[in-house]
Design a binder for this molecule. Structure first.
Ligand code: AP5
Length: 222
């Protein structure tokens, strides 16, 4: 099972990925998490990526494609994987098609999260994340039981640097300009599954499961 979670910043991809990992037993490959890890480690990749991320821009395709190409060769991906935040440009989508095809594999579904813009801004403005396990919280809808402490792993719950209002604006613009066209790429291949990603986390989770199960059973959704 190989599928991708696709959608604008704040649409809930990371939140849903954490539940899907538990239910489906396949790993989440989040390029955003990989880049944040690299920044934390102070690696060359981290230093380079930080320049783009703090401005709400995309990290160059050549870096991102190499990162995913080596990640999907890891043993934990043998039974399938779930991409979160990749592909984000048409060039990344084409490269992914090629690397999967070379291994006799294919992406079954691209689940596209639809959320209105004011809701996205609201979700990002209040978002808090665990700096250790990446769990997502929100100042209004989902606070950790103990302020500043992750319910799951006890790590520190903090704001993300790129959730500042001016960076959020740039990220949403980048999404519309560079990332949204990826939908057409997968629509043409019959792999795009658009879901309403508003409502409770549980409601959205059920919609995703329905979208990916339908495809697993060979029934195409429209
Ligand atoms: P990345 O980390 O991938 O960020 P993103 O795509 O902008 O997505 P987010 O993580 O902001 O949002 P999300 O959809 O996961 O929402 P979440 O579940 O947290 O990328 C960061 C940066 O890295 C990029 O800007 C770019 O620079 C670089 N990058 C990464 N991948 C790249 C690539 N492939 N190519 C080039 N550059 C790349 O939810 C948000 C909030 O909403 C949370 O507070 C959550 O609790 C809340 N929430 C979730 N669901 C609901 C719900 N149903 N109702 C109410 N609240 C909800």
């Amino acid at each position: 099972m190989i599928f991708a979670l696709f959608g604008p910043p704040g649409s809930g991809k990371g939140t849903q990925a954490k539940s899907l990992v538990k239910t489906l037993g396949i790993p989440q490959l989040s390029t955003g998490d990989m880049l944040r890890e690299a920044i934390k480690a102070g690696s060359k990749l981290g230093l380079e990526a930080k320049e783009f991320m703090t401005k709400g821009q995309l990290v160059p395709d050549s870096i991102m494609i190499g990162l995913i190409e080596s990640r999907i060769q890891q043993p934990d991906c043998a039974m399938g994987f779930m991409l979160d935040g990749f592909p984000r440009t048409v060039a990344q989508a084409e490269a992914l098609d090629g690397m999967l095809e070379a291994q006799g594999l294919q992406l079954t579904d691209v689940v596209s999260f639809i959320v209105n813009r004011p809701e996205l801004i609201n979700r990002l403005a209040g978002r808090m994340v665990c700096s250790s396990c990446g769990a997502s919280y929100h100042e209004n809808f989902k606070q950790p039981k103990q302020a500043g402490v992750c319910d799951i792993c006890g790590g520190a719950v903090v704001k993300r640097d790129d959730d500042k209002a001016e960076v959020v604006k740039a990220r949403l613009e980048t999404f519309l300009e560079a990332t949204k066209p990826v939908e057409d790429h997968y629509r043409a291949q019959g792999r795009l599954r658009e879901i309403n990603a508003e409502g409770s986390e549980q409601e959205v989770f059920l919609r995703i499961m329905q979208a990916v199960r339908r495809s697993a059973q060979g029934v195409k959704s429209h």
